[in-house]
Design a protein around this ligand. Structure first.
Ligand code: SF4
Ligand code: SF4
Length: 217
């Protein structure tokens, strides 16, 4: 398994998801080993400036033997994206495959999206002397942005566009334990349920991040 997306078919720089499910991220806390392969891969792939962390690792119950859990978190490309609802200049758009993107050239850096986001995903460059935040930056699912696909402008503003090349996002490609999955909701939820079944659970628990971002679908 190469961290998914096999059922997606390339189409004009994007993906058609044949079963009409949406693109999802999922981090399996039973497998994440807190190695930071994913967040380092993200920074490297997109040449992110210091202080902008599109992906980060959160560790719960740190130092408590047997209870420590790590999760890799980024923009979850929410089904009903709260960020898009509060943006006063309407700079967000949601692709037909469910990837939530925004236009950095129309973003005014007001920070409303950060207050609305349940995952703290929106990032802002370090404040300048006048306290300006600059344009918001966040995970693009490695799908670039509204600038022409694979242009220099797209790379400078949004980073790599791996989805247009039929590749998995850099973070999921780098995850050595296959904790971090990226693909259609149907594929990803099948893997969650299969793993839970193999661990001996009768039913797969719906993780907090999944239900918060996507509902229970
Ligand atoms: S690369 Fe995989 S195992 Fe390593 S921190 Fe990220 S999600 Fe966890
Ligand atoms: S995780 Fe945050 S930034 Fe990403 S779509 Fe959801 S609300 Fe928007």
């Amino acid at each position: 398994m190469s961290n998914l997306m096999p059922n997606a078919t390339k189409n004009n720089g994007g993906f058609d998801i044949p079963d009409h499910s949406r693109i999802k991220f999922y981090c399996d806390d039973n497998r994440c080993i807190d190695c930071h392969g994913c967040d380092v891969a993200c920074k490297e792939a997109h040449h992110l400036p210091v202080g902008v962390n599109r992906r980060r690792i959160v560790t719960l119950n740190e130092g408590i033997a047997g209870k420590e859990k790590s999760l890799s978190i980024a923009c979850m490309h929410c089904s009903d994206a709260p960020c898009a609802k509060v943006c006063p200049v309407d700079c967000f758009y949601i692709r037909s495959d469910g990837i939530v993107l925004h236009n950095k050239e129309t973003c005014i850096g007001c920070g409303y999206c950060l207050y609305a986001c349940p995952f703290g995903a929106p990032q802002f460059p370090t404040d300048d002397v006048f306290g300006s935040r600059g344009s918001m930056d966040k995970c693009t699912f490695c799908a670039g942005g509204p600038a022409p696909t694979h242009s220099q402008k797209e790379f400078e503003l949004y980073g790599q566009n791996r989805i247009a090349e039929g590749k998995v996002p850099a973070c999921a490609a780098m995850c050595s334990t296959k904790a971090l999955l990226a693909g259609s909701s149907k594929e990803v939820s099948l893997i969650i349920r299969t793993r839970a079944f193999n661990r001996g659970s009768q039913t797969a628990e719906i993780p907090y991040t999944w239900s918060k971002a996507y509902g229970d679908s």
